[in-house]
Each structure stands twice: as structure tokens, then as C-alpha cells.
Design a protein around this ligand. Sequence first.
Ligand code: MRU
Length: 345
Amino acid sequence: MTSHKPSGVQALQWTGKTLKVLDQRQLPDTFIYDEYDTAAGVAEAIATMRVRGAPAIGIAAAYGVVLSVIHHYETGSEHWQQQVLADIEMLANSRPTAVNLFWALDRMKPVLAEAHENPSVAALSYAEKIHADDIAANHKMGKFGADILANAKGILTHCNTGALATGGYGTALGVIRSVYARNPVLIYAGETRPWLQGQRLTVWELAQDKIPVTLIADSAAAWLMKSGAIDWVVVGADRIALNGDVANKIGTYSLAVLAKQHGVKMMVVAPTSTIDANMKSGDEIEIEQRQQSELLPACYKDNAYVSAWNPVFDVTPAELISAIVTERGVALNLAETGIGELFTL
Ligand code: MRU
């Protein structure tokens, strides 16, 4: 793959001995990196959503394994491999839905199994490859997606799928960046309740790049489609099953249903690291439920009569998706072929 320098803001920075994580919970008001020197710290940064977005979570976890190897091997522990495996298990428990987390941890395991003179260096080189490959994949997907959207006049996106959510450039937002560079299409971003990634992160990223964007309340999507302003919904994914069902940020399924009603097409953009070869259909995907406190105002904290249901992902059936764009190519006709032989892993 051609190598690409990280473009735009960097969610993750490896310093040589530590991982710096941009605290996305504080954007766009405060731009601050937290620095981690342990795998436990990185697992906490993932669980608390300082770092978020499926590919970025996978990359962070890979660097978490590097920190674990540095800690256990370089301090001379006899049982360093078992200790690193325990840290890998801890990192795997940080969030359940985005498969990129487990994919990246699996890619890091050879460091333990193969004989390396210097496992810390080997681990770092695996992690840096995962990071660099993700950026390169995003640029490829940007081109594939932009070719399909050449004549689009309006695009709605959901959640954040930009540089912050990935190694750099972005998945769905990478496609939107590429489209806009060719043709100044209208871009709409849903605010993405309950966490507001669209309002806090997507709008901020596009504004940094001087790309005009219009924010809408999630509940305005049907009316936007009815107005005829958009012809495509373009989103990312956290896990894709072999039949083409897609788990993505809560609200994606609603958009797909609305899109069908209004004759709007739906594109999903994700690297092949988001495809789960063990999942035949989306019914098997575990959907993360987060704390009620992320949704409920503090005044209801101890109120016995008020509770919140807070699933943060949903599954969109393949039949509602017009195209899945990956760095290996584009899958169409999902209802008939799933993601097809192109993605045999
Ligand atoms: O819960 P988050 O913020 O980690 O959500 C994941 C996502 O960023 C989205 O679902 C996104 O659309 C896919 S990952 C680029």
C-alpha cells in the first residue's frame, strides 16, 4: 500500500515510550492530550471514550499491547508473555461492539508467539503498521467512494468517522472529504444523540478543513430527505457481518429506513478490519449498552420513576444498504451476495 502521512488532527500519537490520546470528550471546547504508559491506562481511555471510533480504538489497543510488552519484557519478567496476554484480555474487555479492537489485538499476538530478539521493537512495528495501513485504507476508500458519489448533490452523515475516529483522514468522512475536493456537494451532519459525536466532532473536523457543513437534529433527517436536499446517506461501521448487515452508531438504522422511504441511497464505508468473518448475520453482533447517566440529566439520578435505555449501536440490514466501500473494493447487491468473495478473509 502507498504510505500516507496522517492528515488532519491526530487522535493518537506515539511518543517513543508513551501513547498520547486526544481527549475527544472535551472537544471542541478543549484540545488536550492525555498521556499513557500502561495498557490499563489505554483500556480505560477506550472504555471512557477519550478515544473512540472503531479503527481508532483498534489502533489504540495495538499501542496498548506495545506498552504492555515494554513494561513486562523490559522489566525482566520471566512470565512476560502471560502478563501481556492478560493485558490483551483486559484491552479486549474495554468495549464490545467494534470488531477492529479484537482484530488489532489478534494481529498483535504473533509478537508473543514468535521468537524476537527485541519484542518491544517488534510490537511497535506491528502497531505502527496497523496504524499506517488504516490511513492508507482510508485514502483508497475515499477514492472508491468519491467515484460513486461523483454526481451527488447532497450527503447526510452520522456520528463521526473522520481523522479522530481512525488512523487519519477517515472512513465515511474520508469519502466526503474526497467528494468535496472534486465537487462542492452539500454536506449535512446529524448531531448523533446521545453523545453528540456529529455536533462535537464531525462539524469541528470539517470546519478545520474549511469544508462547509450544516448540522441537523437527528429528528430532522426525515424532513431533510423529504425536502430533496440529499441523495445519499454516507456512514461508517463498527462491525460488518458476512451477509452485509452493518452495526454502526445508534440511529443509523433509522436513517436507512428513512432513506428507503425517500429514494435516498445508503453507503457504508469501512476498512476490511471491520468485517467480522465469524458473524454470519447482524443478529449475532453484541450491541453495547452504556450507562444511563450518559443519557439522563443529573436531576433524575436517584429518581425511582425515571430510567434510560442507552444502546449505542444498532444493526442496519444489508437489504437497506446500496454499497459497502472498503479498501479492497466496493460491494453492491448486498441482499443477494452479502459482502461477496471480494472480502474473503
Ligand atoms: O461509540 P463510538 O463513538 O466509538 O462510535 C463508533 C463510531 O465512531 C461510529 O459508530 C462510526 O460511525 C463508525 S467508526 C468510524
